[in-house]
Design a protein around this ligand. Sequence first.
Ligand SMILES: [Zn+2]
Length: 147
Amino acid sequence: MDKIFEGIYRFKNEDYETHKEIFQKLKDKQNPHTLFIGCADSRIIPNLITKTLPGELFTVRNIANLVPPYRDTNDYVATTSAIEYAVLVLNVENIVICGHSNCGGCASVYKTEEELKNIPHVKKWIELINPAKEKALQICKDNPYKL
Ligand SMILES: [Zn+2]
């Protein structure tokens, strides 16, 4: 945890000072041009891989960068509410859904019930991949050149 606190201290005293003009401009209002939906994977840092600055991306991150279908519900819908806010309040110009190689979330769809039994919320979440998985398996099955 010391590393986190030291990083916050260094950010405040080094990075913030270096980019003070940007942060002053953003202190009252954001105006991101892009909604970026990415994986929660610790190796994927949206601003780093897109070379964007604070204020440019409205970012949603979840396991396997999934977008659940829209439902008229009173449930807690984090990804859906972020999309709604980005499109209807922030009026973003672009929406990027960014996957990545070696995604553990995507790989989870091939795990067994037993392997997923201790992570029931992850198990439920990755069910969203199943339609794409089934379609990909069908394409492979129909492809005479087998991948
Ligand atoms: Zn991932």
